[in-house]
Design a protein around this ligand. Sequence first.
Ligand SMILES: [Zn+2]
Ligand SMILES: [Zn+2]
Length: 328
Amino acid sequence: MRAMALTQFGLGHLDEVEMDTPSPGPRQVVVRVLACGVCRTDLHLIDGELPDPVIPIVPGHEIIGRVEAVGRDVTSCAPGDRVGIPWLGWSCGACAFCLAERENLCPQARYTGYQINGGYAEYAVADAAFCFPIPAAYDDEHAAPLLCAGLIGYRAYRMAGPGRRMGIYGFGAAAHLITQAAAHQGREVYAFVTPGDQRALEFSREVGAAWAGWSNSPPPAPLDSAIIFAPVGPLVPEALSRTLPGGVVVCAGIHMSDIPSFPYRLLWEERAVRSVANLTRADAREFLALAADVHLRAHVRVYPLAEANRALDDLRAGRLSGAAVLVP
Ligand SMILES: [Zn+2]
Ligand SMILES: [Zn+2]
């Protein structure tokens, strides 16, 4: 099969390679990849910002696939089913984190497109217990971004608490889906974009932000919470300075530049800063049920698989509104 793979740590781009088409282990499925979303985490991986990837590795953890073959112990899906394969590819099921429904923190967990070959390929193999049915209302291209931008974005959204005024820093694939979910639930989203990025400003309003402005400017009212999707450490004190007492600032990315020191008064009055890591299968079930209920309109730009590097460059350069999706 054809795949786009990272062949050397930190190489900065992918190479087109020929690989053996995988066959399933007893608890695994093999899918024909129908679409695979491009996530900022893939960029961090390719640019050498994530530790200890398996090399060579096929990135891609927003996979929509058609099941082609199943292992002998698989009962949860069958050939012909359409499934989604997210970032969490396997967890041990036996450690203190797994037993406390926090499998997202399992120290032995393995991640799709990082330790397990992902969806930048014609076929992918996955553990059946970590695959999910996809709401029928979504076609393959529009369903793909639900699997990380939507799903981990939604975990960050839940961690931000129940406050009505929510700031979002960095308006990419996750933000545009979460803004729609938040607006549906009666929240006001305040979108903060890179100063001067007029297109991101307009895009955020188009998908339902109540207000949009530059990331260094004050919102019209103080925030109850903020989610930072941009991998930019200085946004942490910036967001804290816009947040009410008791508010939460959630860092939602796997990688962020260093956070500069800041005066304690920004944190004082029970403000909290926290990160969100990975996902649990319960998150996936909850978010996909919501996505079946509220039709989230993913804005996608589709690229052929062979043009994965162009999609990654467009994401790196901020040329996308919404999500890039690869189709083999
Ligand atoms: Zn575990
Ligand atoms: Zn992701």
